[in-house]
Design a protein around this ligand. Sequence first.
Ligand code: PHE
Ligand code: ZN
Length: 894
Amino acid sequence: MREGTAPIIRREDYQAPAYWIRTVDLSFDLDPAKTLVINKMTIERNAELPVQSLRLDGEDLNLTRVMVNGEPATFRVENDQLVLDALPDGPFTLEVRNTIAPEKNLQLSGLYTSGGGFFTQCEAQGFRRISYFLDRPDVMAVYTVTLRADAEKYPVLLGNGNLVAQGELDGGRHFAKWHDPFPKPSYLFALVAAKLVSREQKIVSRSGKEHLLQVYVRAGDLDKTEHAMNSLIASVVWDEARFGLPLDLERFMIVAVSDFNMGAMENKGLNIFNTKFVLASPATATDADFANIESVVAHEYFHNWTGNRVTCRDWFQLSLKEGLTVYRDQEFSQDMAGEASARAVKRIEDVRQLRQFQFPEDAGPMAHPVRPEQYQAIDNFYTATVYEKGAEVVRMMATLVGRRGFAKGMTLYFQRHDGQAVTCDDFAQAIADANPGSELAERLDAFKRWYSQAGTPQVTARGAYDAAARTYTLELAQTGTPNPGQPHRLPSVIPFAMGLLASDDGSALPLQLADEPGDTGTHRVLVLAEAEQRFVFVNVDREPVPSLLRGYSAPVHLDAALADTALLTLLQHDSDAFNRWEAGQQLALNRLLAALRGGSTQLDAAFIDAMRGVLRHPTLDAALKELVLTLPSETVVAEELGAEVDPARIHALREGFRLQLAQALRDDWVWAFETQAPIGGYSPDARAAGQRALVNLALSMLVLDATASGDTVWPGRAYQRFKDATSMSERFGALTALVNAHAELAAPALERFHALFADEALVIDKWFALQAGAPEPLGEGAGAVFERVRTLAQHPDFTLRNPNRARSLLMPLTLMNPAAFHRADAAGYVFWADKVVEVDAFNPQLASRLARSLDRWRLLAEPYRSAAREAIARVAARAELSDDTREIVTRSLQ
Ligand code: PHE
Ligand code: ZN
């Protein structure tokens, strides 16, 4: 592992490679302790650049021989790089031999072992841990790979592309040879050698070509692969139908592995997945798990075009593939959800994620533009900004050019760039060029500031109705903080979807701007491109309530200062389901913030009645109801507050509100629990999942109310439901209700749950996560949840070595449970620092993710702030720390 202070890599320093690697012939003699890698490359000098040394990246490699054109060559190793001079002028072959020790590779980057098999992870810079190479995405080569391994221990040998030969070898070994016809960067290389079984499905694509789809898992897990396979088939169909992008391979494989740093990886033709995003059965996976699998399978599959066929020139362009592919998987999930209201539910969930994770990032020490300007460890830039905000940027482009315009833009993008490694500029240019005259094309340079400016812009909206003139004037203004080192921030191009509702009956009003001949319907997208702009609507007969930023048409903070009456109108009547939810959240947020600032801690009748109205609504989606009736998270409240955050106080107030909602709506919760469940056997579809979510919320509220009042009926019913449940969603919902209310029956239920699922690693992860994420009790029992986490860290099932298990305990506590984590006695921070240091010694990527939990320490009130700072400083002071973690803690203290 490399230590010390890594150099800063800057986007402006990009240079084309001095050499091109055209083909790679790799052979592996796989052995956990010592694997031999023979790497034969054909290489050509980049004729456009002056003659330079060839510098190949390497890390933790044991170099044994170097040959040029078949002859031993002189070389040197300099800062991990293999350097060759005086190379032939024309194309030449370079053969490098080295050995590696997969079983010692605990950072899970490069070639490593897991559950007795071999797996690889090469993005972003793992290939250099396998062999010497130009390990950068703009060097694309055609790979032929031969794997040799013990036939009994590793019966399945997989590589990218097509299987071209296989057979037996002496000594109980066997081999397989794979060839991938598509040139690819090294980060998309993969191999698997393990004892696995597969679910297979043949499909015929539109062109009549047959393809083999396979999902590989451990033998006992085959019964949990149906949903992943269905999701893959749906993804193939969708990409061809929506974007005309077909599957370009004869064979497409997904392999599940239980030790994995991230969610999944889009290696060409051989996606490697965290088991969490493959395995699901109704008995072991919740609705959320099913939905996540659908979207991650789709995401990785969509990368085959957006990422693999067209890849990134350099890692600063990461959002080129990630933002676009997240946008595509979000659209896919919306299309799978079906009706408009179910689509809105998916949109709400995505925006919730954005606010929970990306907003804090964009306001904290790790804030960076969607296309970062510099990094030390690239692994630190697989962020919510690059992914989720990047997806919002693509979504805004799609909004500005329309659905068909966007599809045309995609077509042009592939026409221009198929087979190339390109930039975010290239993408935006293609979308704009395919849509001449569009708002995007007209304002492309200004629009692209979304790629270069960090921070969440603030939009202030103020409206005024002039009854006599029958006009409604909407004034929009945008502000934001400039990037570090930049004097000022330039205005963003903000698509601003909106409508007007009549304040008396909530009906939609026709929209006509002053210079327009007639109305344009009741919904439109304004474009805010200046610091301030004014829009005057004419022929407005009735006092309107504005419905602003519909569908969350841009990733901004909106300050509309709407009165409660206006918000209540939107909550009841807006045709935009997203804004109905938003109005409900705003009503709740206003009350939470007012209470924090010394106002009433009692919910008013108007709010409670509105919530009852939503819960009892005859036609609203159950999923939407559940979202509206869930108060904004403590993190969102803290970010809104913006300073002097006392997590314990936010928690106490929010819990107080939750209890009031539980009590005031008791009969309504009973009604929901008893009447809103889906009918029939388990199906993970959006509608049924939403119904179960609402029923689970109702049960949580009923158990909360009952434990507060000492009643035992609802905890008893929850326990019964927990025991009798026919699906994990139901079972886990009932268990959550008991645990979160600190009911006496929580302990026996947890014990029973553990015993039932002792052999299901992913379920045991849930068991840890539930306990670590439970709300701290108020008053006397406060601190119990944190103590429980400390005890669980000693549990025989707990290990930091497996990333899923490590995250299952540490992330819910440090990222999702502010009141348990931030303690006046600093014990949470001490625990955090210990774990960061412990994990950093063997898995820097995992450690640096965990290190980010204290990003927002500056928001905290004393004594938290000083204590948090001290804990970060303690980590930063360590002499031995990975580049990854050092970059995070150093930035955090700056
Ligand atoms: N490229 C992967 C994805 O988004 C994420 C990933 C990054 C996985 C780095 C592993 C390592 O789909
Ligand atoms: Zn991705």
